[in-house]
Design a protein around this ligand. Structure first.
Ligand SMILES: Cc1cc2nc3c(=O)[nH]c(=O)nc-3n(C[C@H](O)[C@H](O)[C@H](O)COP(=O)(O)OP(=O)(O)OC[C@H]3O[C@@H](n4cnc5c(N)ncnc54)[C@H](O)[C@@H]3O)c2cc1C
Length: 671
């Protein structure tokens, strides 16, 4: 020990469970512990066989990993679900006793310079230039390399993620007058009551008359000792032998698709075992992964390379996520899924699939044997969730490209149907729920007052359109710019004000100036309007200068804000100049502006899209009806009428959303 109560070591092992035991053994076998000082923080004395580790592998790999001396049993037949036993040759299902692993490590440690600490490490460390400083109650440890196997901590669940528990309880027993088939282990026998969970039995016959019978549950609640004992007693009664219980095993393994959040202190702070995502979420198996991981790690140490792990292939992550969601939402389907899997697919195809070593073709075959509708339902929800996570600006960009392609190929209907659906689902609806954000509505009278004042605001702008159309146009454009800027800036977490207003203006001017001819035609349909002549009198050169100026300004504006999303918006607005004005505006309005607004409303009102949409429906229909009636009455100048009506309907919405955002900003700091 050096500098008063600080111990300096080469390697610090936090936790000495399976992962760190496997790693330490490998390091020892490769002489990486020679002349090294070690420290171990492990609160558990590890003197009992607290877990049995099973895994499937072949003899060659077991030899390579040098696990042979630890193996206490192996089986080459597996009886699974309702099938006859099947051989898994050349693979074996191996069994290692936890205590044998711990004892082997204790033997190795006798030859090392090692300090033991039995208190729990709280997870805080100071990263120094070449080491980490860790504080325990009475001393500090300065360690060059840390192997951290504390249990994982998880992030909050996203909608498409799940966190379940695999809990189990088993008896190692001695059977009287009974001969077990020692070549065959029983996996996932579902012939036990499900009790609204997904639960099954395992049998590991160690000798002719001793075996481990274990009941396992996949579910949110842990199986209790009483529940397990009842299930075990009933199950064992089918075998017709009497028995003595020699030992018990119990445990809980997280089955999780959540992100692990344990702090990472850099490349010399290595998380191991469950903490390093080694547990396959849908099976709970981790031992084989950890043994391979230890091997890889030692190889990189020998080669003096930084240790990096392969991340789980995304399609297996996706499958795991789906199965976990099914087990979480409808655990009763677990039995039929696993029985279908094991009854219809050979175990020799299932095991590589569970080890994530199957081909896509084999996986499709496997899925074809499963109750596919159950998977499709959760897959659909999962994909929908992922889509809602895509930033609306990316989405708008993609839609712009697809629309340009559709338009050039003469498939205009695709574009209009898409925009129509978008307009009816979020475009119109995000304005039709203004009554939900108004905090003055507590009763019917206040509701009627709100509707009346809403209509009056719209009517007032209508009046200005009749009396002073030029002023109405300027007011409408200014208010719209304010409103568009407000929603985008809120989403992008920028301060509201002059800059958000400028951004709204950039969007509108870009759309209008690049669709100069169409803009003039529409404005030409508005009676009494004079201001648009300024626009129509522009020479080609003036127009070009205008277009270049707004483009340059918008790019500089995005650069000033260091905003990729702003730049992306500018890009798709420019690309959408290849489309008609209404499509260009529609893509921005529906895919970006309305989706941003919708997200904020959903968050503030703490509800889902469908509920919000239902609440909006009567008012969306009302808005559509008003527009249709006016357009039927005045069908000559329908373009102008449509524009004016849209502005009149939008005006009260802009006020409502301004009030909403002012309140939302105060209550909401993290959108
Ligand atoms: C009962 C049981 C049976 C299992 N059977 C199998 C199987 O058959 N096959 C398979 O592939 N997988 C199996 N698993 C899953 C997995 O292999 C094990 O959970 C395995 O032990 C994980 O290794 P680990 O090192 O990450 O965690 P552990 O083995 O649990 O080791 C973590 C160690 O850290 C210590 N610790 C905890 N907190 C702190 C702290 N704050 N400070 C310091 N130390 C701390 C603990 O005491 C423990 O010793 C089983 C799990 C259980 C629970």
């Amino acid at each position: 020990m050096s500098n008063n109560l600080t111990e300096s070591v080469d390697f610090l092992f936090i936790g000495m469970g399976a992962a760190n035991c496997l790693l330490l053994i490998k390091m020892y076998e490769n002489d990486l512990l020679q002349n090294k000082k070690l420290a171990i923080i492990e609160p558990n004395s590890k003197i009992v066989n607290d877990r049995n580790f099973c895994f499937w592998s072949n003899e060659e790999e077991v030899l390579k990993l040098n696990l042979g001396p630890l193996i206490s049993s192996k089986w080459q037949n597996i009886k699974v679900a309702d099938r006859e036993k099947q051989t898994i040759s050349p693979v074996y299902y191996y069994h290692i006793k936890g205590i044998d692993l711990y004892n082997k490590v204790k033997e190795i440690l006798k030859e090392q310079t090692v300090s033991y600490y039995t208190e729990k490490f709280d997870g805080t460390a100071i990263q120094k230039s070449n080491s980490f400083l860790i504080s325990l109650t009475n001393l500090k440890i300065d360690a060059v390399k840390v192997f951290d196997s504390r249990p994982p901590e998880y992030a909050r669940a996203e909608k498409n993620q799940s966190h379940l528990l695999q809990s189990f309880y088993g008896w190692e027993l001695k059977a009287n007058d009974y001969n077990f088939d020692t070549s065959t282990m029983v996996m996932m026998d579902f012939n036990i009551p499900q009790n609204n969970y997904c639960q099954f039995m395992y049998i590991l016959p160690f000798t002719n008359n001793t075996a481990l019978f274990e009941v396992t549950r996949f579910g949110k609640a842990i199986i209790t000792k009483e529940e397990s004992e009842k299930l075990l007693t009933e199950y064992l009664a089918n075998f017709g032998f009497s028995y003595q219980i020699l030992d018990e095993e119990k445990g809980v393994i997280p089955m999780s698709s959540l992100k692990i959040t344990n702090i990472n202190y850099g490349e010399n702070w290595i998380r191991t075992g469950a903490n390093a995502n080694m547990v396959k979420p849908t099976t709970g198996y981790a031992f084989h992964n950890m043994a391979i991981d230890a091997n890889n790690h030692v190889e990189s140490m020998l080669n003096k390379k930084t240790f990096t792990r392969k991340i789980q292939r995304s399609r297996f992550k996706f499958y795991d996520g789906l199965l976990l969601k099914i087990l979480e939402e409808t655990p009763q389907h677990g039995k039929s899924i696993f029985q279908n899997l094991f009854n219809n697919v050979s175990i020799n195809n299932v095991l590589p699939f569970l080890s994530e070593k199957s081909s896509l073709q084999k996986e499709l075959f496997i899925f074809s044997k499963l109750p596919i509708l159950i998977f499709l339902r959760v897959a659909f929800k999962d994909i929908l969730h992922r889509i809602t996570k895509v930033n609306p600006s990316y989405f708008a960009f993609i839609i712009t490209i697809v629309s340009i392609l559709a338009y050039t190929l003469g498939l205009k209907e695709i574009l209009w149907s898409f925009l129509g659906i978008g307009f009816l689902s979020v475009g119109l609806s995000h304005g039709a729920i203004d009554y939900l954000t108004d905090q003055t509505i507590n009763n019917r009278k206040q509701f009627i007052k709100f509707i009346a004042s809403y209509l009056l605001k719209g009517a007032f702008l209508g009046l200005i359109w009749i009396v002073l159309p030029d002023l109405a146009l300027v007011v409408f454009i200014a208010f719209s710019a304010w409103h568009f800027g407000q929603a985008d800036f809120k989403e992008w977490k920028y301060k509201q004000g002059f800059n958000s207003f400028t951004w709204g203006l950039i969007v509108l001017i870009t759309i209008l100036i690049y669709h100069h001819d169409e803009t003039i035609v529409i404005l030409g349909h508005i009676k009494g309007l004079q201001i648009h002549h300024v626009f129509s009198d522009l020479s080609a050169n003036q127009l070009l200068i205008g277009k270049l100026s707004i483009t340059l300004f918008s790019v500089l504006f995005a650069a000033y804000h260091k905003s990729k999303l702003m730049l992306l918006t500018v890009c798709y607005l420019l690309l959408s100049t290849m489309l008609p004005l209404i499509a260009s505006f529609g893509i921005y309005f529906v895919m970006q502006h309305s989706v941003h607004g919708w997200r904020h409303l959903k968050k503030d009102l703490k509800t889902n899209s469908f509920t919000l949409w239902k609440k909006a429906l009567p008012f969306s229909l009302g808005g559509a009806l008003i527009i249709s009636i006016f357009m039927l009455v005045n069908n000559k100048d329908y373009m102008g009428v449509f524009f004016i009506l849209l502005s009149c309907i939008s005006m009260p919405h802009i006020f409502s959303m301004h009030n909403f955002y002012s309140r939302f900003s105060k209550s909401e700091t993290d959108i």
